[in-house]
Design a protein around this ligand. Structure first.
Ligand code: PEP
Length: 268
């Protein structure tokens, strides 16, 4: 948590919306009081990018959930950063775990896509992921740092990148990551940036957490020292997204505060 890094929440709709559903979600967001100090973005299916952009107030960003690594050409089924921008959107999510697993996207491929998206002027939410087997085998650093290394080689402007740590072992599994577990990984990622990119990039890059974030756990997580926001999946379709956007500004109980302070001190 740093005053220099604006709290960032991206609600990824995945393949779970149509126009009617988008209207519902937009209505909910417009009718709710959203903390203006949180930067809010939605991850939208490509066919609804223009529609979502038209429906949402300008201060809410719209991200594509993927893009290809060149501007145009004979690449059936893909979209480019130039096309996303033509729909009025300037964000893209790259390296999402569902792209890595279902579509077998490699670190190298993601690196090329990030490089092209940056060159095209897009803002990127770059995901790094840890699955259950990696965690059980205590390979957290090894797998995340390898993904960070691949990404870092492709990033020309860190001020237009948000790094999302995806705890796959805590996404839709019924197991929740504890604040201490989240802080431990986020602090390692920030240290990696310090040691491998620069102190300035480590201090200013937003690192967000993904993995079953909801109304129930967002306030506690939002107090973590190295956490700058959330990438939200299923809760992005529900009323929860409002609480998650407002998590930083919300009241927390005294016992939550002292627990979080203990977590932060252990990790320092
Ligand atoms: C995700 O799949 O990126 C994700 C964060 O989903 P959920 O919030 O549902 O765990």
């Amino acid at each position: 948590m740093s005053v220099n890094r604006r709290f960032f929440v991206i609600g990824n709709w995945k393949m779970n919306v149509n126009q009617a559903r988008i209207q519902e979600i937009v209505k909910r967001m417009k009718n709710s009081s959203l903390n203006p100090s949180t930067e809010v973005v939605v991850g939208c299916p490509s066919c609804y990018l223009s529609y979502a952009r038209q429906q949402l107030p300008f201060h809410i960003g719209v991200a594509a959930q993927n893009c290809y690594k060149v501007s145009y050409g004979n690449v059936s089924g893909e979209i480019s950063p130039a096309m996303i921008q033509d729909c009025g959107c300037d964000w893209v999510i790259l390296g999402h775990p569902e792209r890595r697993t279902i579509f077998c996207e490699s670190d190298q491929f993601i690196r090329e896509k990030v490089a092209h998206a940056q060159l095209a002027g897009m803002k990127v939410v770059a995901c790094v992921c840890e699955n259950l087997e990696d965690r059980q085998a205590q390979r957290t650093e090894e797998v995340l740092f390898a993904q960070m290394k691949a990404l870092a080689g492709s990033i020309s402007d860190w001020s237009r990148v948000v790094v999302a740590f995806e705890a796959l072992w805590a996404s839709g599994t019924g197991v929740l990551a504890t604040p201490a577990e989240v802080q431990e990984v986020l602090s390692k990622l920030r240290l990696w940036l310090r040691e491998n990119v620069s102190q300035q990039v480590a201090n200013t890059t937003r690192i967000i957490y993904a993995g079953s974030v909801s109304s129930a756990n967002c306030q506690e997580l939002a107090r973590l020292l190295d956490l700058d926001g959330f990438l939200v999946g299923s809760a992005a379709l529900k009323q929860d997204i409002v609480d998650i956007i407002n998590a930083r500004g919300s009241q927390v109980t005294e016992s939550q505060v002292s627990r979080l302070e203990r977590v932060s001190h252990t990790m320092m």
